[in-house]
Write a protein that binds this ligand. Structure first.
Ligand code: AMP
Ligand code: MG
Length: 353
């Protein structure tokens, strides 16, 4: 471990004041602090400090064209970040914040251009995690925080992932254990004619549509199973493990499993991301099996750790089955699809079935 990075254990429910004070001072001094949120770990810096923002991009090797999300702890901080906020947006904030919903709004003048990749809009949310909220209170400034991973690596869901990617590049890591949701926030743009989901995430489309019946979601990256030109920031090579990912779809379980077995036979060392049911199917196969659990919520919590673990085990490829696109399943599907970068295997039922 580096001498420069301080790793401080904190209780995720009632974080220790001394650790939070150290981290808050680091933010105010223009430093970088990695901290847990309910979605994934964030790599935070003072959102009003252009030089501190630049450090985030450098630490992650993140392209300057990929804007950051700003975090706030109190509704009164919103005008520091955004302006011309529509009444509907405030209603959404009241209903869903703190929570895994990021809103894209018109940017306030104080937000430096490098934070938003020179866009005139800004992404903002209030995280639902006591460590993140305590840090924001202690720093008393909005905090810009993308996920605390190296660019294009899976997002970190525990402090170990952050340290593996960013040791030496961050001043403080607040270790508050595993993040409860495990996938990033849902991003909704409110600067177009109609509200639109830019990225599915921890807040489900179904819950959001209760408040926003006209909420649009058109995944822009799928055209004939290959990624089309990505939306700003919605880059193709995201969430990528090092191994190639093959994503299997098809209604017939037996046919899908048979296709997966054929793929297993074609490679030296195969990793499988499996639900509990699928895990039973491959229990006797010579594969590295990562269990994602019994449902979409459990799979969301385990996905990124499982991708990292399979990479560490040095598998040649990773096989998974497409999840149902309900609840957190939609965000899971999005992350798996991006990890698969077009390697989708559509399994047709055999004739006569
Ligand atoms: P991360 O926090 O690492 O999950 O990345 C933040 C995500 O927010 C990126 O994918 C950005 O594309 C998205 N984002 C941030 N600001 C904006 C914005 N002004 N407009 C659209 N997307 C944004
Ligand atoms: Mg990220």
């Amino acid at each position: 471990m580096s001498q420069r990075t301080r790793v401080l254990r904190v209780d995720p429910v009632s974080p220790e004041a001394d650790a939070i004070a150290i981290a808050g001072r680091a933010i105010r001094a223009g430093g970088l602090v990695a901290f847990p949120t309910e979605t994934v770990y964030g790599l935070g810096a003072n959102a009003l400090d252009e030089a501190a923002i630049a450090k985030i991009f450098a630490a992650k090797s993140r392209p300057a064209s990929d804007p950051l999300i700003v975090h706030i702890a109190r509704f009164e901080q919103l005008p520091q970040v955004a302006q011309a906020i529509p009444a509907g947006a405030l209603e959404l904030c009241r209903r869903f914040w703190p929570g895994p919903l990021t809103l894209v709004l018109k940017k306030a003048p104080r937000i430096p251009a490098n934070l938003t990749a020179s866009l005139n809009t800004v992404a903002v949310r209030m995280p639902n995690h006591e460590v993140a909220l305590a840090l924001l209170q202690a720093a008393d400034v909005p905090i810009a925080a993308p996920s605390a991973n190296l660019f294009s690596r899976p997002s970190p869901t525990c402090a170990r992932h952050v340290i593996d990617d960013l040791a030496d590049r961050v001043d403080v890591v607040l270790d508050g254990g595993n993040t409860p949701i495990g996938l990033e926030s849902t991003i909704v743009s409110l600067v177009e004619d109609e509200p639109r989901i830019l990225r599915p995430g921890g807040m489900s489309l179904e819950s959001l549509r209760e408040a926003l019946p006209n909420l649009r979601y058109e995944p822009s990256y799928l055209a004939d199973d290959v990624m089309a030109a990505p939306a700003p920031g919605a880059m193709l090579r995201h969430y990528s493990p090092r191994a190639r990912v093959f994503l299997f779809s098809g209604a017939d379980d037996a046919e899908v499993y048979a296709a997966m077995r054929a793929e297993i036979a074609a490679h030296e060392r195969v990793g499988i991301l499996a639900s509990d049911t699928e895990a039973r199917e491959f229990a006797d196969s010579d594969v590295a099996l990562e269990r994602l659990g019994a449902n979409a919520d459990e799979a969301a919590r385990h996905l990124f750790a499982a991708l990292r673990s399979l990479d560490q085990q040095g598998v040649d490829c990773i096989l998974a089955r497409v999840p149902e696109k309900r609840g957190l399943g939609l965000a899971l599907w999005d992350r798996l699809l991006r990890a698969a970068v077009g390697s989708l295997v559509e399994v047709q039922a055999a004739p006569g079935d």
